[in-house]
Design a protein around this ligand. Structure first.
Ligand SMILES: Nc1ncnc2[nH]cnc12
Ligand SMILES: [Zn+2]
Length: 315
């Protein structure tokens, strides 16, 4: 039914690899690693996917990530995501991963990175999907811990194109990580950050002015600040918007209230992404389909959104 949306060549610019962990794989990895789960089966886990806000989701997302232990686990996770990309004509992806979610559980940085990177390299060779990997800091943790993570990444500098910032937004403004991002930029990393998902427009200003980001992840609350909107339009700063995520996390009560097409028509460089597809009900094509079903997105608008994603690549 959505073959025309599936067929559009597109890039995905906002995807957390840990958020692509489907319940079936989660259970398989739990069995492989002999981990007892608090859910009886896949259906019980899926029925827990009802969230009132970002934090409720994050609590489950970090709990789910605990089944990822070995290099092979991270490879399998990433490979499963790349298969979805192939099926949906995502020809380029710039995924995030959160090293601290794993190093804080005692999994060495290099175990995580090697598994992910090997799958991405195989994806290039075998599936023709190009990539740029983004190391994302957890903003609910301290500046010092982010510096430590940047240090752990140093021997693998070439594996990354950028650093990012995710996790609980409220109370953790971009300014908290200004010095970490300064250091990262001095080492040649590009920068992106989640801002204006649940947080106010001020956080987007900080991300632009203090973290010097190339793209805004989410950014949907920019619409509350006209001066900010003008800047984003004038400078053509891309927004990586995640419609299904925004409705599942109650950023918008209903998809019919989502502002992505309004932004598109105002000249904002918005893109469509899946964020955490295993938890939010779909990959990129399902996100496009939701815009068609609920907002009446036209074929021409879909083409512009897909083209924006290709134009907004960092590599
Ligand atoms: N949507 C999101 N916002 C912030 N942090 C995240 N980590 C994974 N998904 C996230
Ligand atoms: Zn995200």
């Amino acid at each position: 039914m959505y073959d025309w949306l599936n067929a559009l060549p597109k890039a995905e610019l906002h995807l957390h690899l840990e958020g692509s962990l489907e319940p079936e794989l989660l259970f398989a990895l739990a069995e492989r690693n002999k981990i007892k789960l608090p859910w009886n089966d896949v259906e019980a886990l899926r029925s827990a996917y009802a969230f009132n806000n970002l934090q409720e989701f994050l609590d489950l997302y970090y709990a789910g990530a605990d089944v990822l232990r070995s290099e092979q686990d991270f490879y399998d996770l990433t490979w499963a995501y790349l298969q979805k990309c192939k099926a949906q004509n995502v020809i380029h992806t710039e995924p995030f991963f959160d090293p601290q979610t794993h190093t804080d559980r005692g999994i060495p940085f290099e175990v995580v990175l090697r598994g992910i990177k090997q799958a991405l390299v195989d994806g290039e060779k075998q599936l023709g999907i190009s990539h740029g990997l983004i190391l994302s800091f957890l903003r609910h943790l301290s500046e010092e811990e982010a510096f430590k993570t940047l240090e752990q990444a140093r021997p693998f500098r070439d594996a990354f194109i950028a650093v990012g910032l995710d996790s609980s937004e409220m109370g953790h403004p971009p300014s908290k990580f200004q010095r970490v991002f300064d250091k990262a930029r001095s080492e040649g990393y590009l920068t992106v950050a989640h801002a204006g998902e649940e947080g106010p427009p001020e956080y987007i200003w900080e991300a632009l002015d203090l973290l010097k980001i190339e793209r805004i992840d989410h950014g949907v609350r920019a619409i509350e600040d006209e001066r900010l909107m003008q800047r984003i339009i004038d400078e053509q700063i891309p927004l990586t918007v995640c419609p299904l995520s925004n409705t599942k996390l109650c950023v918008f009560d209903d998809m019919r209230q989502h502002n992505i097409l309004q932004m598109l028509e105002r000249g904002v460089k918005v893109t469509v992404n899946s964020d955490d597809p295993a938890y939010f009900g779909g990959y990129v094509t399902e996100n496009f389909a939701a815009l068609h079903d609920s907002l009446g997105m036209t074929q021409e608008q879909a083409q512009r959104l897909a083209q924006n994603s290709l134009d907004a690549r960092l590599v």
